[in-house]
Design a protein around this ligand. Structure first.
Ligand SMILES: [Zn+2]
Ligand SMILES: [Zn+2]
Length: 289
């Protein structure tokens, strides 16, 4: 059975022995876990949007970052890198909790690499001083590598990043990331954005496009994607798999908020806990629900 077959076998829940064989290969495959898939208002059944790559790279730090990591069984000590997209609270307010917990509970020894725009260091430092006055001075100074380069290698991982500007509330300095694995697989993290040329240009070469669908169709804002705009992205980029996160709607089987919209059949609306599993050769991938 090839690797894809093994993955699918695991998904199908075959016997324990087979599962053990699969586990032996599981770790080497790049994987992207979605620890939260909701917008700023945490719709029923969803935590704030949060991406974890290969168990050690986070994109953004939402307010409930710590409980989201715990629910996934991940220690803050395992996190080596955080890439920030922009300065809205639902994407960064978990940072002070994270760096304090990392220091005093998990007792992390390695510095944390933080990838962000110029000016971001001051924003996160101020936030940390407001949150835990006097407690984080040393951590901010000695335990964090502040990396402002617009592109580069993500150390000790198989990934490279390229940051690019997107269309969102301008005061938040909004950006997305093209993440390229050494096996050639490309995931375009569009950040929190409305439709824009920067996304369009890069989408043509992406295998998977992670799009934040923050608002329903009756909201027509240049700064957010709504379902109609996600469908039209899928039509313009038929080669790519579109993954929807930062969703304004309820999770499956949840009531009380907005119902899940019907989207193009090639679009996958992610749920908290879903994973994108990429095979070693980078050519095949699937979402494990
Ligand atoms: Zn947001
Ligand atoms: Zn935002």
């Amino acid at each position: 059975m090839n690797q894809r077959g093994l993955c699918l076998a695991r998904v199908a829940g075959v016997g324990t022995r087979m599962a053990q064989v699969i586990d032996a290969t599981w770790n080497v495959m790049p994987r992207v876990q979605f620890l939260g898939t909701g917008n700023a208002f945490s719709p029923p059944g969803r935590m704030h949007a949060l991406v974890l790559i290969d168990g050690k790279i986070l994109v953004d730090a939402p307010p409930t970052l710590l409980p989201q990591l715990r629910r996934a069984g991940v220690s803050s000590n395992d996190i080596e890198h955080i890439l920030f997209t922009h300065w809205h609270a639902d994407h960064m307010f978990g940072f002070p909790f994270f760096i304090l917990e990392r220091k005093v509970v998990s007792n992390a020894q390695n510095p944390l690499n933080v990838y962000l725009r110029p000016g971001g260091k001051e924003i996160l430092s101020n936030l940390s001083h407001v949150g835990f006055p006097g407690s984080l001075n040393e951590v901010l100074k000695n335990d964090i590598n502040w990396l402002e380069e617009e592109s580069g290698e993500i150390e000790n991982s198989g990934w490279n990043y390229e940051r690019f500007q997107v269309t969102h509330t301008p005061e938040t300095d909004p950006h997305g990331y093209m993440l390229t694995h050494k096996n050639g697989f490309k995931i375009l993290h569009c950040g929190d954005s409305g439709p824009c040329q920067e996304i369009e240009d890069r989408a043509t070469e992406a295998n998977a496009i992670l799009i934040e669908m923050g608002v329903p169709d009756f909201v027509d804002s240049p700064n957010h994607h709504n379902p109609r705009q996600v469908n039209s992205l899928a039509e313009r980029q038929p080669h790519a798999t579109i993954l929807v996160t930062h969703n304004y709607s309820n999770a499956v089987n949840q009531k009380g908020g907005f119902p899940t919209p019907k989207l193009n059949e090639r679009v996958i609306q992610l749920e908290d806990g879903d994973e994108l599993v990429i095979e070693e050769n980078g050519r095949h991938f699937h979402v494990r629900k």
